[in-house]
Design a protein around this ligand. Structure first.
Ligand code: UD1
Length: 417
């Protein structure tokens, strides 16, 4: 068990370097399955989710070494097309292996992914899309077996621009015969990164970053040396931490364009934000002003930064409204913020937040990764000590968050029980 103890009240100051993007590296690691040989992936963050993906790759027969932030994945000896149940349960993103395993072996067996704390997360779009690429699926007790004699390109229209389905289908289509077109696809920066990776190994893909991706199937692929993009959600979390502690921080190794929706909101709330190449300078300007925020697929405001901005709005001047449109059940962190003195009312998919002058330290529980981040931010501004249980969730997606915050002056302790 892991917990964080935070004593609030410090203005964060200094410089922080952002790690490689969790949500970019996970599909990229899955995509190495399409290659046969040694790949080098750089700027890989040390995260629980990355560890799980490495475990899965090893189970499939890959040789993996992790030195510093460089991951070497040798896929020469891959021989298994099944993702075991215990690893699937640890991380839903193992579902990304369906497309690559079908591309490599024409077969994939996974267990049915269950729900998670932010609501049911079905994979119907993944399955429907892979079926239209000529895969047949059989459902057994708790597992799913996909088989394709030969993947064949097709036109796919997604019912919703799902990030994971777009990525899975891109990977499934790389070696399919003919051309695949994915319409109404997700436009997230991680999709562009995956396209760059796949084209680097010899795929022929265009359109990532728009709502239509076109993939011309190829037969042969090669290995690659690739550096992943910086994590825009970690970037945003540090931007919000700075803004709400009224701090002054230069955030390094970022792509400012990827956090444009947050920059716009912070400016609206009165925060000073300046960008210079790969740096973002955030400077608090007194109390934040209330905001209206609605989560949307990229380039809208990201759902993965919704809990953190809820913390910020808990102490803003005025009444804020935050509406979650991507996930069914992603407002649970409000309950924990209430324990810390926030005034939040949930109505349907919206949270109505009356900004208070302060929050107070309390014992709280991180129910998922981003909710955990929101509580860390709350701890940083609360009067007194906050204890956050469920720290394991936070470490699924934030590399050394305690050390990074401590270097900016924050008082935070990581305690393994
Ligand atoms: C990815 C991110 C996650 C982020 C989310 C939305 C990774 C590893 N995770 O998750 O951090 O919060 O995008 O930006 O990249 N849906 C279906 N059927 C499907 C697939 C999705 O109904 O087959 C629904 C989901 O339940 C959800 C919505 O579509 O309500 C969006 O999900 P999706 O974009 O697929 O998110 P993930 O890829 O799981």
């Amino acid at each position: 068990m892991l917990k964080y103890e935070i004593t609030g009240g410090v203005r964060l100051k200094g410089k922080v370097r952002i790690s490689g993007a969790k949500n970019a590296v996970l599909p990229i690691l899955a995509a190495t399955v399409l290659t046969q040989g040694k790949n080098i992936i750089r700027d890989v963050p040390h995260l629980k989710d990355v560890e799980v993906m490495i475990e899965v790759l090893k189970h499939l027969g890959a040789k993996v070494t992790f030195t510093g932030t460089v991951l070497e994945v040798d896929t020469t000896g891959l021989s298994v097309y099944e993702v075991p149940d215990d690893l699937m349960r640890k991380m839903r993103a193992t579902v990304f292996l369906m497309g690559p395993l079908l591309g490599r072996f024409g077969k994939v067996r996974i267990s049915q992914p269950g729900g998670c704390s932010i609501g049911p997360r079905p994979i119907n779009f993944h399955i429907k899309g892979l079926k239209s690429l000529n895969t047949e699926f059989q459902e057994g007790h708790g597992y799913l077996l996909g088989e394709s004699k030969s993947l064949v390109g097709n036109e796919i229209h997604l019912d919703f621009p799902s990030v994971g389905a777009t990525e899975n289908l891109m990977m499934g289509a790389v070696k399919a015969k003919g051309t695949t077109i994915i319409r109404n696809c997700a436009r997230e920066p991680e999709i562009v990164d995956l396209q760059n990776f796949l084209n680097g190994i010899g795929a022929r893909i265009r359109g990532a970053g728009t709502d239509m991706i076109k993939i011309d199937g190829v037969e042969k692929l090669q290995t690659i040396d690739y550096t992943v993009i910086p994590d825009r959600i970690e970037t945003g979390t540090f931007m919000l931490a700075t803004a709400l502690t009224n701090g002054d921080v230069i955030i390094e190794n970022t792509i400012p364009e990827h956090v444009e929706p947050l920059i716009a909101k912070l400016k609206e709330a009165g925060v000073e934000v300046g960008c210079n190449d790969d740096q973002i300078h955030v400077k608090g300007n007194g109390r934040l002003k209330a905001l209206e925020v609605k989560t949307l697929p990229y380039p809208g405001y990201p759902t993965d930064l919704q809990p953190q901005i809820m913390t910020a709005m808990s102490v803003a001047e005025g009444t804020s409204i935050i509406t979650e449109t991507i996930f069914e059940n992603r407002l649970k962190h409000a309950e924990e913020l209430l324990r810390m003195g926030a005034a939040i009312r949930i109505e349907g998919h919206s949270a109505i937040i009356n900004g208070m002058s302060k929050l107070y330290g309390a014992i709280v529980e991180a129910s998922d990764l981003r909710a955990g981040a929101a509580l860390v931010l709350a701890g940083l501004i609360a009067e007194g000590k906050t204890v956050i249980h469920g720290g394991e969730h936070i470490e699924r997606g934030y590399e050394k968050i305690d050390e990074k915050i401590a270097r900016l002056g924050g008082q935070i302790n990581r305690i393994v029980e």
